[in-house]
Design a protein around this ligand. Structure first.
Ligand SMILES: [Zn+2]
Length: 202
């Protein structure tokens, strides 16, 4: 039986006990940690520090993770909305692709008084929804013909991406300290003397 390195409660093997043993990623799962250890912190502390300390660190590193295609042990990096230096609103996706953050809709009045619409949608389904909405205002619009005339375009953004990185802070810093201690714990095999030092360090 060992004690949780964060709250100091005895770590149990009872799944109904909030201080039950848990698999803790040495580097947080949210930033791509793969290796986990047990007997280090209880499930309650694992969950609470994951939602606070690790989440704060993950938020500060999200753009780096997406740019380098960091894979999570569980789940995916959430997409990141950004604006390029040319003002393009782009969303970076976990698999490395990027999409428009929102569909684009441009309305122009022609010299003869008729209206011209230019629509950039992210999928055929989205284009269809936009056209069906437009048809309420313009019943003469033939949605299927308009879709048949649409072209699929793949293009690179015109502008560059700007990212700002900021590490640490009260919560992200605690996550990094926890990672160091979890790593030490995994290497030193958690002797009782080591455990006492780790607990007092946190
Ligand atoms: Zn605990």
């Amino acid at each position: 039986m060992t004690k949780c390195a964060i709250c100091g409660n005895q770590i149990s093997n009872d799944p109904a006990d909030p201080h039950c043993d848990s698999a803790e990623h040495i580097f947080p799962n949210a930033v791509g940690g793969q290796k986990s250890i047990s007997g280090f912190i209880c499930r309650k502390c694992n969950s609470e520090t994951g939602d606070t300390w690790d989440a704060a660190l993950a938020t500060s590193m999200q753009s780096l993770g997406l740019m380098f295609g960091v894979q999570r042990d569980r789940g995916e990096m959430p997409p990141l909305k950004t604006v390029t230096t040319e003002g393009e609103r782009i969303t970076l996706q976990a698999e490395g692709g990027m999409t428009l953050t929102n569909p684009e809709f441009k309305k122009t009045q022609r010299p003869d008084g008729s209206m011209e619409y230019n629509i950039k949608a992210r999928s055929v389904d989205e284009a269809r929804r936009i056209l069906e909405g437009l048809k309420k205002k313009h019943p003469e619009l033939d949605v299927e013909t308009a879709l048949a005339d649409a072209t699929a375009v793949e293009k690179y953004p015109e502008g560059d991406f700007h990212f700002a990185f900021q590490f640490g802070g009260p919560e992200g810093g605690r996550s990094m300290v926890k990672t160091c201690l979890a790593f030490a714990f995994s290497v030193l095999a958690g002797t009782s003397a080591t455990r006492r030092r780790l607990t007092s360090a946190i």
